[in-house]
Design a protein around this ligand. Structure first.
Ligand code: C5P
Length: 318
């Protein structure tokens, strides 16, 4: 998370994430699933700006920033691939800032501008990252001094992935393991990966994918992946990737198989669906390789394509 204060305005770059590992452990009485997931932030960013207001109103102006994305992907209607934007009151950014205002008895309001590039309903965590960015920016704009743990406590009540985006920046590698519902975070150092993100046409609903999932009798462990991420042996990575939501997601959307097949034809290190889909990623050998893979995937017409690298999301305060 790149957090910058300019006079009274605070601006933040909110990164996407991918799940390198996602295993389900059990279904809980509250309907959520106990899981173990390894996530890493990647360099596809939404931009958020918060200006404090003297009145108590919270205003949100949210729009797709499609220019660059559309040009790179040569889509005539990028909104079809990026997804729908929720109305203001149900936007996680609005709800997060409102919750912080209420819980911390803040007399001021805020004007929030959100410009989105991370496709929604893709498993890339866009809405959760925006909410984390909004909490950090509002905390700074209102001079509240809330700790990451306090913000995380508030965040967990709004969405399982938000604490990851608050905590992962603490270390700077952007790599973390999340357990519980996804809200218990342990950060790790990790090497940089060059990747390509792919968002096929048509997103998936997270609750719908979870509804179709099965808990495995013998869950996979994330330890081999974490060990592989510390080693220099890139080829040790492929067998350690897992996503237990991949099967139910593929039952719901055949476009994921098309993307998987397209990646299989290319000489990538590994490929997998992210989160609850339908977003997908291919790990490449280096940046030039990622650019070549991105061009081939664009030519194959499988969806929107974004070459990215894993990135730290350390807060910059000035
Ligand atoms: O917490 P979040 O809003 O991201 O969750 C969306 C939906 O995904 C939940 O309503 C639930 O159906 C499912 N989910 C789950 N177990 C988790 C996280 C999410 O079943 N650990």
């Amino acid at each position: 998370m790149l957090l910058q204060r300019l006079a009274s305005k605070v601006s933040v770059l909110a990164p996407a994430k991918i799940n390198l590992f996602l295993e389900l452990l059990e279904k809980r009485p509250d309907g959520f699933h106990e899981l173990e997931t390894v996530m890493v932030a990647v360099s596809l960013f939404d931009r958020l700006e918060i200006t404090p207001l003297a009145t108590s109103e919270i205003e949100l102006d949210c729009a797709w920033e499609t220019g660059q994305t559309a040009q790179a992907n040569q889509w005539e209607d990028p909104a079809q691939f990026l997804g729908d934007l929720p109305p203001m009151e149900s936007n996680l950014v609005y709800r997060a800032v409102k919750l912080l205002q209420t819980e911390e008895n803040v007399p001021h309001g805020a004007r929030i501008i959100l410009r989105k590039r991370i496709p929604s309903a893709s498993g890339f965590g866009g809405a959760s990252s925006d909410a984390a960015a909004a909490l950090m920016a509002a905390n700074l704009a209102w001079n509240l001094g809330c700790s990451i743990n306090r913000l995380s406590e508030l965040a967990a009540s709004l969405g399982s992935d938000i604490p990851f985006f608050l905590h992962a920046g603490q270390l700077g590698s952007g790599l973390a393991m999340a357990t519980g519902r996804g809200e218990k975070i342990a950060t790790f150092p990790g090497k940089r990966l060059d990747l390509v993100l792919i968002r096929p046409a048509g997103g998936l609903s997270t609750p719908e994918v979870f509804r179709r999932c099965r808990i495995p009798a013998s869950p996979e462990s994330a330890q081999p992946l974490l060990a592989s991420l510390q080693s220099d042996q890139q080829m040790s990575l492929p067998p350690t990737l897992t996503n237990r939501l991949s099967l139910p997601a593929r039952e719901l959307s055949s476009t994921i198989d098309r993307v998987a097949n397209a990646c299989e034809q290319l000489d990538v290190v590994a490929h997998q669906m992210s989160g609850s889909g339908s977003g997908y990623f291919a790990i490449c050998r280096n940046r030039p390789h990622a650019m070549r893979v991105a061009a081939r995937l664009r030519a194959a017409n499988v969806g929107m394509v974004f070459p990215v690298t894993t990135c730290g999301i350390r807060a910059l305060r000035n």
